[in-house]
Ligand binder design. Sequence first.
Ligand SMILES: Nc1ncnc2c1ncn2[C@@H]1O[C@H](COP(=O)(O)OP(=O)(O)OP(=O)(O)O)[C@@H](O)[C@H]1O
Ligand SMILES: [Mg+2]
Length: 241
Amino acid sequence: MIELQGVTCTYGDGDVLTEVDLRIQRGEAVAIIGPNGCGKSTLLKLLNGIVLPRKGRYAFDADDITPERLKDATFAKRFHQRIGFLFQNSDTQLFCPVVHDEIAFGPRQMGLSEEQVARRVEDCIELMGIGKLRNRVPYHLSEGEKRKVALAAVLALNPEVLVLDEPMNGLDPRMKHFLREIILSLNHGGKTILCSTHDFRYIDGVFRTAVVIGEDHRVVRVGSYHEIINDKDFLRAQNII
Ligand SMILES: Nc1ncnc2c1ncn2[C@@H]1O[C@H](COP(=O)(O)OP(=O)(O)OP(=O)(O)O)[C@@H](O)[C@H]1O
Ligand SMILES: [Mg+2]
């Protein structure tokens, strides 16, 4: 489903991802872990076509994702519908004056009928338990509420792949448990999940695979999530714990 070959990214001064090779199959649940600044968000943005590689190749379901390809509006629209991205900072994501419109925005862009849009919006509002927020101003919501609305807006597109950048950040324990259940059920429903996180305790049992990025911005280990998370010496050596 997702294939990276020798991907290197830079923001101008030095590489922030170096020679990344990665293969992710459809239906997998993968955690991306590593210390602050190692390049997790950059990797996830790259997968969503927000950041482009300086070197290397990114293929999504056998389509090469290149600047030229993303300039093709039909291709770009389809690509962004198939892969949804929850930003680390929800403020980056929310821009509509009302929660309801925020969730309806994606389905409307997809050209669904107003009846279909309304159904999607209601389904996502119900799934996230945010009925009371429907007519609120996203900008005025608490961090946890914003996260729920942002996730509802992503899910409204019904993407095949969900890319979540530290979705547990700033949430209270109850919300973390709630989000864990949602991620699990989405994955069991067939969605491919990629998620960066530092919240190992709360996501236990969700991910089969972990990808560890080191401080040198290279992938240092890919393997069983359970084994990696329990390898305390390794995590300490990587400055993760
Ligand atoms: N827009 C940008 N311009 C310049 N440098 C950037 C930009 N975005 C990120 N960086 C730098 O790239 C590196 C990787 O950043 P990234 O956000 O991918 O890290 P991360 O692993 O997600 O960290 P965290 O755990 O803190 O979220 C960091 O050194 C960061 O300062
Ligand atoms: Mg980050």
